[in-house]
Design a protein around this ligand. Structure first.
Ligand code: C5P
Length: 278
């Protein structure tokens, strides 16, 4: 029996960079949220190991030797001392290197699927340790629930979400390098995230400190933000993660869908997805 796991797209409703650390990472305070759509991972027992990528963004991953999915599989095996061959299929629906945690969400879905296959509890601390070793966003993706992330993003405190809020995701088709974007952070701590209010109020008062650095490397990001900000009914417009994907939250589904229509007409080459917070 095949195990299917959703690898939901992550968005950072706010991302405050607080300090540069000596280990090459940055100290963050971020509001992690997840949307209903994303990649889809399928795992089943097989005679020998296999890995196949399908979906609209499969070509972007072709030839990538150290895919995060395979690293997650190998780390799980090491941590739990198992070695059953598995066939893994990844349906790649999200643009790669786009600030929505795609690779991290895929790795987290691999850990969850293998845990189910091997009867490991989803809250086994060793599973979280695997996630932590695979990347800063993988622990948040393992939980896939609204949370404040601190440290390099791995220290998580789940908070009340805003399920159902309509979201439009737009990516201009440029991949930005996360280390390069962090490297351009201006080294000014502009304060933390408000914790004494609702998620959406805190997000509204927040910011993404990587937005200006990303725009310096990929000016298309500014064009996406400008177009989204012009859409009636948009309540919050911001870049996610280190970019280049930007999101807009909307008052209602009709406003979101009308905006999606206008974005597609104005910029037919951009990737655009209507979804909602979970
Ligand atoms: O943890 P991950 O491998 O996903 O991070 C990729 C890169 O992003 C790091 O090597 C680092 O350059 C940058 N990063 C950072 N601070 C963080 C998270 C990531 O500087 N909190």
């Amino acid at each position: 029996m095949a195990i299917v796991e959703a690898a939901r797209a992550k968005i950072n409703l706010a991302l405050h960079v607080r300090a540069r650390r000596t280990d090459g990472y940055h100290e963050l305070e971020t509001l992690f949220a997840f949307v209903a759509d994303g990649d889809v991972l399928t795992i089943e027992k097989a005679a020998e190991d296999a890995f196949a990528v399908t979906g609209p963004f499969a070509p972007a991953l072709a030839g990538e030797g150290d895919n995060l999915v395979l690293r997650a599989r190998d780390r799980f095996r090491e941590a739990f001392g198992v070695r059953k061959p598995v066939a893994i299929r990844l349906e790649k629906n999200l643009p790669v290197a786009s600030g929505m945690g795609g690779g991290s969400a895929d790795a987290a879905a691999t850990l969850r699927a293998l845990a189910r296959l091997h009867g490991v509890s989803s809250d086994d601390p060793a599973l979280m340790r695997c996630a932590d070793a695979l990347g800063s966003d993988v622990p948040a993706c393992l939980l896939s629930t609204t949370a404040i992330g601190r440290g390099r993003g791995e220290a998580l405190m789940p908070i009340e979400g805003a399920p159902g809020v309509p979201v439009l995701l737009v990516n201009p088709g440029v991949a930005v390098s996360t280390p390069a974007v962090f490297g351009r952070w201006g080294r000014v701590d502009r304060g933390g995230i408000a914790t004494d209010m609702s998620l959406l109020d805190a997000a509204g008062l927040g910011r993404n400190d990587l937005q200006s650095p990303a725009i310096a490397l990929a000016p298309e990001v500014a064009a996406v933000l400008t177009l989204l900000e012009a859409q009636p009914g948009a309540t919050l417009v911001r870049m996610s993660g280190s970019g280049a994907t930007c999101f807009a939250l909307f008052q209602n589904i009709a406003a979101r869908d009308a905006a999606a229509e206008r974005v597609r007409v104005t910029e037919p080459g951009w990737w655009c997805l209507e979804t909602a917070l979970v």
